[in-house]
Design a protein around this ligand. Structure first.
Ligand SMILES: Cc1cc2nc3c(=O)[nH]c(=O)nc-3n(C[C@H](O)[C@H](O)[C@H](O)COP(=O)(O)OP(=O)(O)OC[C@H]3O[C@@H](n4cnc5c(N)ncnc54)[C@H](O)[C@@H]3O)c2cc1C
Length: 289
């Protein structure tokens, strides 16, 4: 099906993008990779009168390692993360998740920030960024806002973004001491959205105590969610199989899966339990390596 008619602009710098959004934000949509927006328009679920194509804006396509953060620009594609040495070294959760996003075509075009802005409950990056305690940076003509991921996703396909705002980057904290992470995803076939996804990240101090824990879930709640009870149970503890089993149980309880063609509630909850334990074990192995 063809999308409805729309106007199209392709600004060549951020200020131009912000000026257009300030004028016509209510009827406009930012076009990044187009891998969610264009299908939505073709299916007539989205009717923007104006597309603001940001693909010609320079300076938004880098992954920088600066000030204790990885800064992932608005035009960083899923495949840029797959091939990033910086990410491989500094963030095991992101490195594990990126190859799981769909197929090579989608990974070549779709962006990390576009995925966050889209806030699909089945999207993988939302969980990764929640587990990693990331911040989304949004700009408008009124200035810059730094929005913690915990406040960014407000519901299925809804975020704290204003229609006048452009996400310019997501900032992901680096490990405070040593650390590790993982992302595990069950899918029905290669390239599918998650039946269940579990993102985990652990930070450790010099003595091996867990100083920070992040666990977040894909596809088993109305939107990407954290498992706060499990995170609290981990912090301040020395890692052990028993501790990870307890955290896995608490994470399974936090999940809110629904019966559907991808599986029953019991099945999905058990996948969450098993994946959480495995992801925490892998995070520990990374930290020790
Ligand atoms: C066949 C297929 C399979 C897929 N499988 C998966 C999967 O397994 N896992 C997964 O996580 N995702 C999957 N996706 C979605 C894919 O990851 C998209 O790339 C992503 O959801 C959106 O990123 P995008 O850059 O394409 O955004 P777009 O489609 O361009 O935009 C999506 C939304 O975000 C807004 N937006 C985009 N960038 C910005 C910005 N910088 N500032 C403000 N608003 C912005 C747009 O206005 C729009 O509302 C799949 C998509 C397809 C087509």
């Amino acid at each position: 099906m063809y999308p409805p008619r729309f106007d199209y602009v392709a600004p060549t710098n951020v200020d131009e993008v912000l000026a257009v959004l300030a004028q016509r934000g209510d009827e406009a949509k930012v076009l990044a990779g187009g891998q969610s927006l264009i299908p939505m328009m073709k299916l007539r679920f989205a009717f923007p009168e104006l597309l603001v194509d940001v693909n010609r804006v320079p300076g938004l396509d880098a992954i920088d390692d600066a000030d204790g953060h990885l800064r992932v620009g608005a035009l960083v594609r899923h495949n840029d993360v797959v091939g990033s040495d910086v990410v491989t070294r500094a963030n095991h959760t992101m490195a594990a998740a990126a190859p799981w996003i769909s197929d090579p075509l989608v990974r070549n075009l779709g962006t990390v920030c576009g995925s966050l802005a889209h806030a699909d409950p089945l999207g993988d990056w939302g969980s990764v960024m929640l587990a990693c305690g990331a911040d989304v940076v949004a700009r408008s003509t009124s200035g810059e806002r730094v929005i913690p991921m915990d406040d960014f996703i407000t519901g299925p396909f809804t975020t704290a973004l204003e229609p006048t705002e452009l996400v310019t980057e997501v900032r992901v904290p680096k490990y405070a001491g040593t650390g590790g992470g993982s992302y595990l995803k069950l899918e029905r076939k290669v390239g599918d959205y998650a039946t269940v996804g579990v993102a985990a990240r652990l930070d450790f101090d010099g003595g091996g105590t867990i100083t920070n824990a992040g666990i977040a879930l894909t596809s088993v709640a109305p939107n990407n969610i954290r498992a706060p009870d499990a995170e609290r149970a981990l912090v301040g503890q020395a890692p052990s199989d028993a501790l990870f089993a307890e955290a896995a149980e608490l994470t399974a309880r936090a999940a809110q899966p629904k019966d559907d063609v991808r599986g029953s509630v019991e099945f999905k909850r058990n996948v969450v339990r098993v994946f959480t334990r495995r992801a925490l074990t892998t995070a520990l192995e990374h930290a020790r390596a």
